[in-house]
Write a protein of this length. Structure first.
Length: 437
């Protein structure tokens, strides 16, 4: 109920203030126009008629304003800006194209009539305004139907985070998926799922590039030739430039340098393991295990590489890069010191002195509590709450990276940059809109 009143006041939201200013300006213009007509009116009952129309105008614009502010709270107008999600943007560009073409055709006809003095300029301006308003309503309908403009759209992490150094910048590259509810069938909610690759500059939280992806496209990791990517459905292997998101080396071009791999490459992502940017292990179609030197394009076959390839899953699971002994010590210490915390998990640790943990304070908590703890002093240095989607994918619900005294945490479609020392949130990058909140 309080929002009905407070939304008519200025606040810290720039978009809200701009819309409010336009709305106030339009109301004042209409008020002045109504008053001008009343003064020049010859009707004897013009006073009562004036106040009746004024009251009606206030009611209409109050309802209109409340509707607009409701859309703002739902972030509806963000749907009118390109987000980097390919199919979402295609629908938006089609709507913009129709609006521009229709206004252009209307103006061409009106200019001819204005030249012939059949129409006035003010009538043409109002005509354009009416067309834009009608097309805004129609466009909003299509955005609601096809882009889920008012739906509870969820963004989930689909791949481990790949961090790439590009000059003085560090990029975080992820495959994200959008789950878009599109109806209910036999009592079950049906969804449309879309995928995209996103590269974000970790320093300032700006989008570097996005790339259309698919369900069966897998990111293997960063190499000297680019980001090794496999499309299981299309049976393609390629390397993506981490700076631009474009393919820089195709499978055909790669096997020309290593002929032994021709018609011998698997398209199963579990058959590849990038130990370093230069060292790739793979399980080929001939049933043999190979080590590829990506710099010199050399190939070595050995059955011993099978064991190295099997270490891939252990390496992915050990995000802390601690020895097994140290990791066990940290786990036991956290469990012992903070036994009162629910669903405790260790997100990061580099030694036995401190750790970044995640937990819930209550079973029904919708958010996740992130804390930096001192294992020496048995104390919590700082704690922050972040959004967390319990219905998200189970194998990688959260991604944690540490760089330059900051933590970068991806959860519930958001990328949080937190100060390692104080826990202050420097920015929140929203993958739904691909911009900082």
């Amino acid at each position: 109920m309080l929002d009905i009143v407070t939304c008519w006041f200025y606040d810290e939201d720039l978009i809200h203030n701009v819309v409010l200013t336009i709305l106030y300006g339009w109301i004042l213009f209409q008020f002045g126009l109504l008053t001008y007509k009343m003064i020049n009116s010859t009707i004897q009952t013009k006073i009562s008629c004036y106040f009746r129309r004024l009251f009606l105008m206030i009611v209409i614009y109050f309802i209109l304003g409340e509707f607009i502010f409701l859309l703002l709270r739902k972030k509806f107008f963000n749907n009118w800006v390109s987000s980097g999600w390919f199919m979402q943007d295609i629908v938006l560009y089609i709507i913009y194209t129709v609006m521009i073409v229709s206004c252009f055709l209307f103006l061409v006809k009106r200019v001819k009539k204005i030249i012939r003095k059949e129409k006035k300029i003010i009538e043409s301006i109002w005509g354009v305004v009416f067309i834009l308003f009608a097309e805004f309503l129609a466009g909003s309908f299509f955005l609601i139907v096809f882009n889920g403009a008012l739906s509870n759209v969820s963004i989930e992490l689909e791949s481990p985070t790949i961090t790439v150094e590009e000059g003085n910048h560090t990029l975080a590259i992820n495959k994200m998926r959008m789950v878009l509810p599109n109806g209910v069938e036999h009592g079950v909610t049906t969804n449309v799922v879309k995928f995209t690759l996103v590269a974000v500059d970790l320093e300032n939280g700006t989008k570097c590039w996005t790339r259309l992806s698919g369900w069966q496209e897998y990111i293997i990791g960063e190499s000297t030739k680019g980001i090794l990517t496999i499309n299981n459905k299309k049976e393609k292997l390629y390397f993506i430039n981490p700076r631009t998101g474009k393919v820089v080396l195709t499978e055909k071009e790669w096997v020309e340098k290593i002929p032994e791999l021709k018609d011998n490459l698997s398209y199963n992502e579990s058959d590849y393991y990038l130990v370093s940017e230069n060292e790739l292990y793979l399980y080929a179609l001939d049933g043999k295990y190979y080590r590829v030197d990506l710099t010199n394009n050399t190939l070595i076959e050995s059955p011993d590489y099978k064991e190295i390839l099997s270490e891939k899953f252990e390496s992915l699971a050990n995000i802390n890069r601690l020895s097994e002994e140290d990791m066990q010590w940290v786990t036991e210490a956290c469990t012992s010191y903070y036994s009162n915390l629910l669903d405790l998990s260790i997100l990061w640790a580099e030694d036995r002195n401190s750790a970044l943990i995640a937990y819930h304070q209550k079973r029904n908590d919708k958010n996740l509590r992130i804390s930096m703890v001192s294992l020496k002093e048995n104390s919590i240095k700082w704690a922050k709450s972040i959004a967390y989607n319990h219905a998200g994918i189970m194998n990688n619900p959260i991604s944690v990276s540490e760089k330059n005294d900051s933590f970068y945490i991806i959860s519930n479609g958001n990328l949080y940059k937190l100060s390692k020392d104080s826990g202050n949130i420097d920015y929140i990058y929203q993958y739904r809109w691909n911009k900082v909140k």
